[in-house]
Design a binder for this molecule. Structure first.
Ligand code: EPU
Length: 450
């Protein structure tokens, strides 16, 4: 069994600290923050390193908790992960073995990444244990698409207590159609099919920029993958893959979060490392509500171009408006004049966080109906998945508990916009995906008591 080492030096500053911070709001945020590699690409690219016994190098990896969680999972199956002095991450997985179930449950926590270990573990050891990932506060988040796809590729799946035991002598290419363009299921199929025998044709695939970055890594490793028209991805299986050296794409979700913070507080934030292309849909909506930006080689500066006004938005898979932009954008819209509508079509329960915003003075009402657009798959299912945000509202400080990562950042924006002091509890959710969060706030002139 691989030894589990938690490198404390590499963890963000939460160890030994309170799990809450207080923010004094009501002032514009001004200054610069650095945004590094995308949380939602790093974990999958680290898992890809298990497809080879050669050394893999990942650059631009921020110190976020998710990185530590995936590192420990890789160590648990026999791989080595280390951050070099220059900041590069080196992963070597010479010998891979299945992991002890109890240990994996302990390491993985609520992470959704263990399910993606299936393909590499099946190729390397013929066997994988995948823990039940459980639901969370934004929706049920099942793994049925993953299991159906692995079965189509020839894996034998046995549901066991708290997870699945999966075995396969050799995976074989197949034609797979996803019921919904799921990011995780698309990644699952990529990671399983690259070394399968023959061709896999995946229809209704997700095409998020983080998936394209994973495909770029796999191509560097020797894979043959084509992204065709109409969400079809074709993977021609190869016999073996080799190591890679890759710089992770910039985190568009973190950039969008800082953009909302800049406009909500009527400040000006330069996000060093931000890239325009993956953010195009966000930038359009940001400009439509009155936000403005200047794009340069080094990054993007965000500010208000005029008084903020209302909008109707529907979240969707890429190239649509990402569900992960939704929560910070809701707070931004509390500072816009008029009634805005957001229809959430990716997760059925992603508006639970608005209750705390209403306590701070926001005026947000949630509805079961599909408001402001097409009927989505949640329309007849009684989920409160549309919201009407009426602005402009003055927010005041409060004591609030963070339920998840993106809601966490949006509460921080609310706190920064509000008059007085706000205490944010369960701040660890933010550290999962935002590097040096409190340090960045301080650099932008915010008084943070941590
Ligand atoms: N779904 C199923 N069955 C499955 C898989 C998904 O019904 O087997 C449903 C989900 O319940 C959801 C929808 O499909 O309603 C989309 O889920 P998807 O699989 O695309 O999401 P994911 O891969 O679990 C990733 C990101 C999320 C991001 C979504 C959508 C990671 C680690 N997570 O999740 O990021 O919201 O794609 O873009 O990459 C975040 O960063 O805060 C975050 C939640």
């Amino acid at each position: 069994m691989g030894k589990i080492v938690i490198e404390k030096s590499a963890l963000p500053s939460i160890l030994g600290k309170n799990d809450s911070i207080a923010i004094r709001g009501g002032k514009p945020l001004n200054g610069e923050v650095v945004v590094r590699g995308a949380k939602n690409a790093i974990s999958k690219e680290m898992v890809a390193a298990l497809l080879t016994s050669e050394k893999c190098v990942l650059k631009n990896v921020p110190n976020i908790e998710d990185f530590e969680v995936v590192s420990n999972m890789i160590r648990a199956v026999g791989g080595e992960v280390a951050r070099q002095k220059n900041g590069d991450i080196e992963i070597i997985a010479e010998d891979i073995h299945p992991v002890d179930k109890t240990e994996l449950h302990k390491i993985a926590g609520k992470s959704r990444i263990p399910v993606l270990f299936a393909g590499p573990l099946l190729h390397r050891s013929g066997e994988a244990f995948i823990p039940e990932l459980g639901g969370c506060r934004i929706g049920k988040r099942p793994v049925d698409f993953h299991m159906k796809a692995l079965a189509a590729l020839g894996a034998k799946i046995e549901p066991i207590e708290k997870g699945f035991h999966i075995t396969a002598e050799k995976l074989k290419g197949a034609k797979i159609v996803l019921d919904y363009p799921s990011v995780g299921a698309t990644e699952q199929i990529l990671l399983a099919a690259v070394l399968a025998e023959g061709i896999t044709e995946l229809s209704n695939a997700a095409i998020e920029p983080e998936i394209m970055d994973l495909i770029a890594v796999l191509q560097k490793m020797g894979a043959i993958i084509s992204v065709d028209t109409d969400r079809v991805i074709t993977i021609q299986g190869v016999a073996a893959l080799h190591g890679y050296d890759h710089t992770v794409l910039s985190d568009r979700l973190e950039t969008a979060s800082w953009a909302c913070a800049a406009a909500a507080t009527n400040g000006r934030i330069f996000v060093r490392g931000a890239k325009q292309y993956p953010l195009m849909t966000f930038l359009n909506k940001f400009r439509q509500v009155g936000g403005e930006f200047t794009i340069s080689e080094e990054g993007i500066e965000f500010f208000r171009g005029r008084d903020l006004t209302s909008i109707a938005i529907e979240t969707d898979v890429f190239p649509g408006f990402s569900t992960d932009y939704q929560q910070p954008f809701v707070v931004l819209l509390t500072q816009a004049n008029g009634a805005s509508v957001i229809h959430e079509t990716v997760y059925e329960k992603r508006f639970g966080f608005v209750e705390a915003l209403n306590k701070m003075g926001a005026h947000i009402q949630v509805y079961r109906e599909c408001l402001g657009g097409r009927t989505c798959r949640f329309g007849q299912a009684n989920h409160e998945h549309s919201a009407v945000i009426t602005g402009l509202t003055k927010l005041t400080g409060a004591e609030i508990e963070i339920p998840d990562l993106r809601a966490g950042f949006s509460y921080a924006i609310a706190a920064l916009t509000a008059e007085g002091e706000t205490t944010l509890k369960n701040i660890h959710h933010i550290y999962r995906g935002y590097e040096n969060f409190t340090e960045k706030l301080k650099a932008l002139g915010v008084v943070v008591i941590d």
